[in-house]
Write a protein that binds this ligand. Structure first.
Ligand SMILES: C[S@@+](CC[C@H](N)C(=O)[O-])C[C@H]1O[C@@H](n2cnc3c(N)ncnc32)[C@H](O)[C@@H]1O
Length: 345
């Protein structure tokens, strides 16, 4: 029987390294967070109270719908929001665990085989898969635009936090809370998602050896953290049922706000205030309105588009947050996302 190879975890000796693994990039460059240059502090708005929707227009709505959702709805009627998330999470997760170079080689082989036999329907399918894989390889694996640890570190840097309790709303695999916890260690993360698959698979199978760059609170020096060294509780519950009071130093969401049409945005924003201690931070990101994102949600429609989704620019995101009753402390964008750090007004 073949022995599984022991793969070592990363340590401080690996600082400065970046490497491409089959499913994701490892990036241990700039452990001191110097020259991250990845959070563009937009500062486009000096006074949010002066900005109007008339000046900036409303977000762009992504309208392409995943085939699996269309087929399901043909038989069962309109999908509930929760079922849509269950479809999305299963489909998106598959992409995070792919051996991308291996899958690309297989799909190109399939393509050549069907081309040689003039099987046009299969050629079209194989071509679609090859394009999706090439795109995913570039966006997630090479560019690291989905997790974007450098951008997220730049967004989270310099906050006044000591052993924070972090609440992650709609946590999915929990990536950003782990990055934040690595930078401000020894507190606690509570991840919340109502899809149990997120706890068992998306978070459960998040790679144990993925290195998060953070800090050693004893020495104040940079250190590498891994998922299993963190104090994490995963609650499978609807955010609307949470029993917590105002007890968290940070309430975080990543890709949540843009899934609510305007009539529900105030409620979604209220979730970010409801559980915050006085002086705590609400941190949110949403995907950026840019041609690359439009292309991403078109090419990856069958993987991603099960739920209502908007793409917005930082001014639009900020105006929602401001109108939701927050003071905006920091606003800007990273590779594929807008980012805001705010406090209730
Ligand atoms: C778009 S995902 C967050 C993006 C995430 N970074 C990812 O990679 O998928 C939003 C998550 O919020 C969860 N969610 C949405 N509404 C929720 C609610 N009312 N209560 C709990 N979880 C919710 C969904 O199940 C989903 O996993």
């Amino acid at each position: 029987m073949e022995q599984a190879q022991e793969v070592p975890f990363y340590t401080e000796e690996d600082f400065g390294k970046t490497e491409l693994l089959p499913s994701y990039r490892v990036d241990l460059r700039n452990p001191q967070n110097e020259e991250l240059d990845a959070f563009i502090n937009a500062n486009v708005v000096a006074d949010w109270s002066q900005l109007t929707w008339k000046q900036i227009g409303k977000p762009y709505e992504v309208r392409t719908v995943a085939k699996s959702k269309q087929e399901w709805e043909r038989d069962h009627g309109e999908m509930t929001v929760k079922t849509s998330w269950e479809f999305f999470n299963r489909s998106f997760h598959e992409w995070f665990v792919k051996d991308v170079p291996g899958a690309l080689a297989d799909s190109k082989k399939e393509l050549r085989k069907h081309l040689a036999r003039f099987h046009w329907h299969e050629v079209k399918e194989a071509l679609g898969e090859t394009v999706r894989l090439s795109f995913w390889n570039y966006v997630h694996r090479v560019q690291d635009g989905v997790w974007d640890p450098r951008g997220k570190r730049a967004l989270f840097e310099g906050l006044d936090l000591n052993k924070p309790r972090i609440l992650f709303l709609g946590a999915a695999e929990g990536y950003e809370a782990m990055q934040l916890h690595a930078m401000y260690p020894e507190g606690e993360i509570v991840m919340v998602d109502y899809d149990d698959f997120c706890r068992t698979d998306r978070f459960g199978h998040f790679p144990d050896r993925y290195p998060f760059l953070g800090m050693n609170s004893r020495t104040g020096l940079p250190r590498v953290w891994h998922k299993n060294q963190m104090n994490i509780h995963y609650e499978v519950d609807d955010i609307r049922n949470l029993p917590f009071g105002k007890e968290f130093d940070v309430v975080l969401s990543v890709g949540l706000l843009e899934h609510f049409p305007d009539e529900f945005k105030a409620e979604a924003l209220d979730w970010h205030r409801k559980f915050l201690k006085p002086g705590g931070y609400a941190i949110m990101t949403t995907p950026r309105l840019q041609w690359k994102s439009k292309l991403f949600y078109t090419v990856m429609a069958d993987v991603m588009n099960h739920t209502y989704r908007e793409l917005m620019d930082i001014r639009q995101m900020g105006l929602y947050v401001y109108e939701g009753g927050f003071e905006i402390l920091r606003h800007g964008y990273i590779k594929a996302h807008n980012g805001i750090v705010a406090r209730p007004r």
